[in-house]
Design a protein around this ligand. Structure first.
Ligand code: FAD
Length: 511
């Protein structure tokens, strides 16, 4: 690709999500001693916090352990639409899993949305919550059929929706499917309320505490990198990609997709209410949020497998172009990107980590619909831990193995991992570390071996072994977020090789 030229001079240099800039999340200490609790929950995103909230409200003694700071993973970088319209999923679920499961999936998303809405209303949580209509749209003839099939699935499943010809967006749409009365919010404001309640209920919360492994048994123990241990009756792995596999083979059953978001001020009156998502390729999404009484448009899309995208700045450029099609002007205030997991059959894995372990639970694979799926994880996992019936248990059971179409995906995904394992290992890289300029990175050859070199703004060179420490794939440079990203399971590392996102637990080898 030719050298990238920013289309708009207002594009921020560093990626930062609007959510984190507009709200301060409380800080918590690092775990420095051993602890005994009823339940230990690993991961401070929507899944971990909702589970911890629910269990602490029921009087259980919980510990929430976060490797970084709370709400700085995918939940801190989301778009935060709260809806049961998870793309054009219902036609696909009906044909692959059957009508009953497809309906159950819809009911679960609706229940999760109702849980959030009721809590916000009952507790008067100030979190910019608003009810909005959700639209799926297409600007291509090929998308019309897809939306018609999806609408047929709505009718079969009793989902309220309407097929329409126009939408409030300034786009030449061919068809659109609306699901009314959905919602959106500021995820950090909402989840900080839950965090406050966990504290009030006597729960322990620790940050900068990396869970490295679980010692299994009747009383499983989470072992942390600092050496402290937390022993409990149950452990919940809510670390996005499960940091502990427990025989569930998650590395072969989950793939990771990355997407990009711009937040921009647009001329008054041009950004409509509502939440929008196309069914075409490349993906495009829009919602607004209020900033100081004015609408800020959140423009998203450009998804690709992590580490397999082209020049990352190119993706921001493409979103900016989309924004310019929608609005007469754009003042881009924020840009950021993040990733989410996708399961083989597109239904999340929420439940016991595998058949071998009755007291270790997992929640992952939300396919970019974690506001409802992550909330459902909190509701379902707390019911399982409290030994209560939950009608969604079998739908989400991680040990399910559905032959069609997951076998095909299983084979394709593992073939892709195998390809990525080999890819790049034997490439000849002519570049030498001396060729790398300030604030640039490149794959170089050091002593005949592939290596990654980054020169910081002070001129200091950081050279790392580009072999991912999770399963040995070769990492690639992500110039938008300045990180080394793994194409196989989405681990991400800082320019100097420290782990930013798992499943990798160890840093890249420094050379
Ligand atoms: C671009 C994009 C847009 C999206 N938009 C929407 C949307 O509009 N609506 C919607 O419903 N969903 C959306 N999603 C999906 C949603 O944001 C995610 O599914 C959800 O936030 C995942 O939450 P989580 O709690 O599982 O993971 P996270 O929020 O990532 O939390 C996991 C936490 O675990 C911690 N952790 C990891 N490993 C360890 C360890 N070893 N020890 C301790 N802690 C650890 C991490 O640091 C992290 O804080 C979007 C996703 C993407 C990628």
């Amino acid at each position: 690709m030719d050298e990238y030229i920013l289309m708009n001079s207002t594009m921020p240099e560093q990626p930062e999500p609007y959510w984190r800039d507009s709200f301060d999340v409380e800080s918590f200490p690092t775990l420095e001693e051993d602890l005994d609790v009823d339940v230990v929950i690993v991961g401070g995103g929507i899944s971990g916090i909702t589970t911890a909230y629910r269990l602490s409200e029921e009087g259980l003694k919980i510990a929430l352990v976060e490797a970084d700071v709370l709400l700085n993973g995918t939940t801190g970088h989301t778009t935060a639409k709260i809806t049961a319209q998870h793309g054009a999923i219902y036609d696909e679920l009906t044909s692959h899993l059957g009508k009953e499961k497809a309906k159950l999936y819809y009911d679960a998303a609706t229940d999760a949305m109702a849980f959030i809405q009721n809590l916000v209303q009952d507790k008067k949580i100030d979190c910019d919550f608003s009810n909005e209509d959700a639209y799926l749209y297409t600007t291509m003839n090929t998308g019309v059929n897809k939306l018609q099939n999806e609408f047929e699935a709505y009718k079969q499943l009793g989902i309220k929706g309407e097929l329409v010809q126009t939408i409030p967006l300034n786009l030449p749409v061919k068809a659109a499917l609306v699901m009314k009365g959905q919602a959106q919010f500021h995820p950090l404001k909402y989840l900080s309320y839950l965090v406050g309640k966990i504290k009030e209920n006597g729960g322990f919360i620790f940050e900068h505490t990396v869970a490295e492994d679980i010692k299994e048994g009747n009383q499983p123990t989470v072992l942390t990198r600092g050496g402290s241990k937390v022993t409990a009756n149950s452990v919940v792995v809510a670390s996005h990609f499960p940091f502990y596999d427990g025989g569930g083979l998650y590395f072969s059953r989950l793939h990771v997709e990355r997407s990009y978001i711009l937040a921009a001020k647009v001329p008054k009156g041009e950004c409509p209410d509502g939440m929008y998502l196309n069914v075409d390729s490349p993906s495009r999404s829009l919602r607004y949020t209020m900033q100081d009484g004015e609408k800020l448009a959140l423009i998203g899309g450009e998804e690709h497998k992590t580490g397999q995208g082209i020049n990352t700045k190119y993706h921001y450029d493409a979103l900016e172009q989309y924004g310019m099609e929608l609005f007469s002007d754009l003042n881009i205030e924020y840009r950021w990107s993040t990733q989410d997991m996708v399961t083989l059959d597109k239904v999340p894995y929420i439940g016991k980590v595998s058949r071998m372990h009755q007291n270790i639970f997992v929640a992952s694979g939300y396919r970019k619909w974690g506001m409802t799926n992550g909330t459902m994880a909190g509701l379902l996992l707390s019911d399982l831990i409290l030994k209560r019936e939950n009608r969604y248990e079998s739908l989400y059971r991680p040990s399910r193995f559905i032959a069609d179409p997951s076998v095909k995906h299983f084979i394709t995904h593992n073939a892709d991992v195998a390809k990525q394992l080999l890819k790049g290992k034997f490439d000849k890289n002519e570049k030498h570390p001396d060729d790398v300029k300030k604030d640039e990175a490149a794959v170089v050859t050091v002593n005949g071996k592939r290596a990654g070199a980054y020169r910081d703004s002070e001129g200091q060179l950081h050279v790392v072994d580009t072999t991912c420490t999770h399963m040995g794939c070769e990492v690639h440079w992500n110039d938008g977020d300045r990180s080394w990203d793994c194409p196989c399971h989405g681990s991400r590392y800082s320019p100097s090789g420290d782990v930013l996102e798992g499943p990798a637990k160890k840093p890249l080898k420094k050379l």
